[in-house]
Ligand binder design. Structure first.
Ligand code: GLC
Length: 592
């Protein structure tokens, strides 16, 4: 193999620019390319493009900004990047309202920028997953614009859900469905002659009309869109609202007052209908017709992990987000139960489990776990991350969690952009303050004043304001500090690479532990024969102290990593044959 030793450097203005030697990355890229099951234990980092890095100074992140920071992600130690939508969009729902699925929105760059991003990522050994939004499009999508303009007789209306209203003059919505963002899931149209017309369905904002997946043209169009991005080289898709595509025949009323938002506890006629699985079988066949392992991960908010597992039958999708895990609090019994139940459900369909703590729709976990005390929140968030990264399967990280970013809870109303805020579907939750903007505040990279290196200019704009206190949380400020969250993530991800046991297999072996403490063993069975770990450790033990007090246990081995400090794991923890005092709200990885 030819060794390339060119430096991949970026042209970023600040001094946190990473340099990566491609002799090393070429090797890993080749190794990754030949690993058929790369996604079984991959750590996948979600980039929210508008908030990641702004290369042109307009206050919005963009694709060249992401490309410039790929070496940072490579150094962080993740395996893949998932990009939230960057397609042509009026941005009524931050790009989840797509007007053209094959065009990059000028705010984010060009198709050439997307191509460049994928190429550079692959050169660094990183996979790239892009978002696909098949449940709905933008009201500016050509099909929908024409469906409206051509009037009730337009054949294009069959690709959406147009219905006459109820009531003597059709003045009431066709059924009782509510939008996830609040208000009725129907908007009435005006006919080209100015008279009131039919209604159309939108499970989200009125600017996001739902496709009717009973129409063959919709199937054909999405197969073509998938091929478009696969041909460009992407490694897979995150499927937005994967559980929503098929609606129950006849669009029956829900009929009970408990309308189900994203995570339903009761069945509703617009989510998780059995018919969706047919679509994913079609998509799987298409993905399998490409070389390499191209994957799809479902955003499917279903009532149970068992329902989610149905999306992962062998001829369907590869992964589904584990939102039940995400929604579980900082509680030993509840966490153990959800881990067991998730593994059982996924094993039943021979799919790897996934784990996630944060994303662009929920309160950041450092704040969710805080119970009013930000220091406690960060401590627990770090411990939760080490727990997650030691579980069998694949883990999803959300940009900024590696910096320990909290939710921003005091955004002034006039800067908010989340349609959920304006339509009154304020999601309750600690620190949520009714909107998802608080987890979408742009990343702080460097410097001491906003925008903290987010854009090229020192005093440049950012689409949401960053708290001044983030000066201490920039990547630059945390670099090299063993107590920092960034260095903890780097250490954890490096150890996870060195010890395949951490992500391997399909089960955890629970060990006896005092109340409020979880202890389990991870061995490398099924992890490429790496039973003998580097450093001599045959297996690892993980202890999680979920209590607020120190707990003394017999030391299970030699400490490798503690969530409190990445480089001094052994400080007070003892070693084989002695007692160990597990600090409050901490996770420790032990070689044992
Ligand atoms: C998904 C996205 C969310 C978006 C919604 C509508 O839940 O994650 O951000 O608002 O779909 O597309």
């Amino acid at each position: 193999m030819t060794q390339h030793t060119t430096d991949v450097t970026t042209d970023r203005p600040d001094d946190t620019t990473d340099t990566v030697d491609t002799a090393d990355t070429t090797d890993s890229a080749e190794a990754a390319a030949t690993r058929a099951d790369w996604w079984h234990d991959a750590v996948i980092y979600q980039v929210y493009p508008r908030s990641f890095a702004d290369s042109d100074g307009d206050g919005m992140g963009d694709l060249p900004g992401v490309t410039a920071r790929l070496p940072y992600l490579r150094r962080l130690g993740v395996d893949a990047v998932w990009l939230s939508p960057f397609y042509a969009s009026p941005q009524a729902d931050a790009g989840y309202d797509v007007a053209d699925y094959r065009v990059v929105d000028p705010v984010f760059g060009t198709l050439a920028d997307a191509d460049d991003l994928v190429r550079r990522a692959h050169a660094l050994g990183l996979r790239v997953i892009v978002d696909i939004v098949p449940n709905h499009c933008s009201e500016k999508h050509e099909w929908f614009r024409r469906a409206l303009a051509e009037g009730p007789a337009s054949a294009l209306r069959e690709r959406f859900h147009f219905r006459p209203g109820r009531g003597p003059r059709g003045e009431l919505p066709p059924n009782d469905w509510e939008s996830v963002f609040g208000g009725p899931a129907w908007t009435r149209t005006t006919n080209p002659d100015g008279t009131p017309g039919d209604w159309y369905l939108h499970l989200f904002a009125p600017e996001q009309p739902d496709f009717d997946w009973q129409h063959p043209a919709v199937h054909e169009e999405f197969r073509s869109i998938l091929r478009f991005w696969l041909d460009l080289g992407v490694d897979g898709f995150r499927i937005d609202v994967a559980h929503g595509l098929i609606k129950a025949a006849g669009l029956p009323d829900v009929g009970h007052p408990e309308q189900v938002k994203l995570l339903g506890s009761a069945p509703v006629p617009y989510f998780d209908q059995d018919g969706v699985h047919e679509i994913y079988r079609e998509w799987r066949a298409l993905l399998d017709s490409y070389d390499g392992e191209r994957i799809a991960v479902a955003e499917a908010w279903t009532p149970t992990v068992e329902r989610s597992a149905l999306y992962l039958r062998p001829d369907e999708l590869h992964q589904a987000f584990n939102f039940t895990y995400l929604m579980t609090g900082w509680d030993a019994t509840a966490l153990r139960a959800v881990i067991d139940r998730s593994l059982d459900a996924m094993n039943a369909v021979a799919a790897p489990a996934t784990w996630v703590l944060s994303n662009h729709d929920v309160v950041r976990h450092a704040t969710r776990f805080a119970d009013g005390d930000p220091d406690r929140g960060l401590r627990r968030a770090r411990a939760a991350t080490l727990l997650m990264l030691a579980l069998p399967g694949s883990a999803y990280l959300y940009q900024g969690e590696e910096l320990g970013l909290p939710e921003v809870t005091d955004l002034p109303d006039e800067v908010r952009q989340d349609p959920a805020f304006f339509r009154g579907s304020a999601q309750e939750g600690p620190g949520q303050e009714g909107t998802r903007d608080g987890c979408r505040v742009p990343m702080p990279w460097s410097g001491t004043r906003p925008p903290f290196g987010f854009g090229p200019a020192e005093d440049g704009p950012s689409w949401l304001p960053q708290p001044a206190a983030w000066r201490d949380l920039t990547a630059e400020a945390q670099e090299g500090d063993p107590a920092s969250t960034l260095e903890l993530y780097r250490a954890a991800l490096a150890l996870r690479r060195a010890h395949p046991a951490l992500g391997a297999g399909r089960a955890v072996e629970w060990l006896p532990a005092p109340e409020g403490v979880l202890a389990f063993r991870r061995t490398a069975e099924g992890a490429g024969g790496a039973a003998q770990e580097p450093g001599g450790a045959r297996s690892l033990v993980v202890t999680v102290n979920l209590t607020g007090r120190p707990v003394t246990v017999p030391a299970p081995g030699t400490p490798l990593l503690c969530s409190l400090n990445s480089r001094a794991p052994g400080a007070d923890l003892g070693g084989p044959g002695s007692d160990a005092v597990l600090p409050p709200d901490s996770t420790v990885w032990w070689a044992a």
